[in-house]
Design a protein around this ligand. Structure first.
Ligand SMILES: Nc1ncnc2c1ncn2[C@@H]1O[C@H](COP(=O)(O)OP(=O)(O)OP(=O)(O)O)[C@@H](O)[C@H]1O
Ligand SMILES: [Mg+2]
Length: 252
């Protein structure tokens, strides 16, 4: 089993889209057993998987309070542990006492099993745009870190922060095998290309594949479908398939 965390301090850079597309491709194209974990109180991944509810205590909050992981999984081909705003209270509780256990709670994801009782091949954790205590604890048990990065007019500042992020994460978890930026929403413009050049010159680890910008990617959130399903031939969908192929090549 490999645990992948999708992180970036910045919002709206494609973290949730990357988690969903990766999960879909690893499962449907390669036949892997995939568990998606929504570690973001915004619950966008849960909405994307059509599992969002605003009542009760969400499954990820229950994971943090120590409930057995197996009771929290929604089994549906691509399996999911869903979140909503109640994750905020659960996270706050971690800061006021039980933090010593928090890493163990995320580590229990390794015990998660599919409906057929098999271990998952991949657990993909979607995170909020911060490095709060629930994100840090998820990173403590991760094998891989993927940092979706949008090259906008603040690209250089953003990329600097990402370099520091990668270094910090490796300090807390030296077991991390791969920590790379993934350029998302790439457009063929001078600003984007200047950002890419800068990245390469400064030797930041980034995937060779860039995710292209597609109108369809923004559209599909309204239809509650992954891009692979909604518009498989769009430039962004094609780039996500190339990216997963590169990820598999680099981690094999
Ligand atoms: N390749 C792409 N081309 C065009 N639009 C995209 C692309 N990838 C994602 N988007 C759109 O950009 C918006 C932000 O994407 P997403 O929700 O994945 O970002 P995020 O980093 O998870 O945001 P947050 O920090 O709020 O959780 C969404 O509307 C999404 O549909
Ligand atoms: Mg998100």
């Amino acid at each position: 089993m490999r645990i992948i965390n999708i992180i970036n301090l910045k919002g709206g850079v494609g973290k949730t889209t990357t988690a969903m597309e990766m999960g879909y491709i690893l499962h449907h194209k390669y036949g892997y057993a995939v568990l998606l974990v929504d570690n973001d109180k915004q619950g966008n991944l849960s909405r994307g998987m059509d599992l969002y509810t605003d009542s009760d205590i969400c499954p990820t909050a229950r994971l943090l309070s120590g409930e057995p992981v197996q009771d929290l999984i929604h089994h549906d081909g691509i399996d999911t542990i869903a979140a909503n705003m109640s994750l905020l209270t659960a996270t706050y509780r971690l800061t006021s006492g039980a933090a010593a256990n928090a890493t163990g709670r995320y580590r229990s994801l390794r015990k998660a099993r599919t409906q057929d009782g098999k271990p998952y091949d991949y657990v993909i954790i979607d995170n909020p745009p911060d490095l709060g205590i629930n994100v840090i604890n998820a990173l403590m048990v991760t094998d891989d870190v993927i940092i979706p990065t949008k090259i906008d007019q603040w690209a250089l500042e953003g990329l600097d922060i990402i370099g520091d992020q990668i270094a910090e994460i490796k300090q807390v978890n030296p077991g991390i095998r791969l920590a790379e930026a993934l350029i998302t929403m790439y457009r063929n413009t001078p600003a984007c290309d200047a950002g890419l050049d800068w990245l390469h010159k400064h030797n930041y680890g980034a995937f060779d594949t860039v995710i292209r910008y597609s109108e369809k990617a923004a559209e599909c959130t309204f239809f509650g479908k992954p891009l692979q399903d909604y518009s498989p031939r769009s430039a962004a969908a094609v780039s996500y398939r190339r990216f997963v192929a590169e990820y598999l090549r680099r981690t094999s």
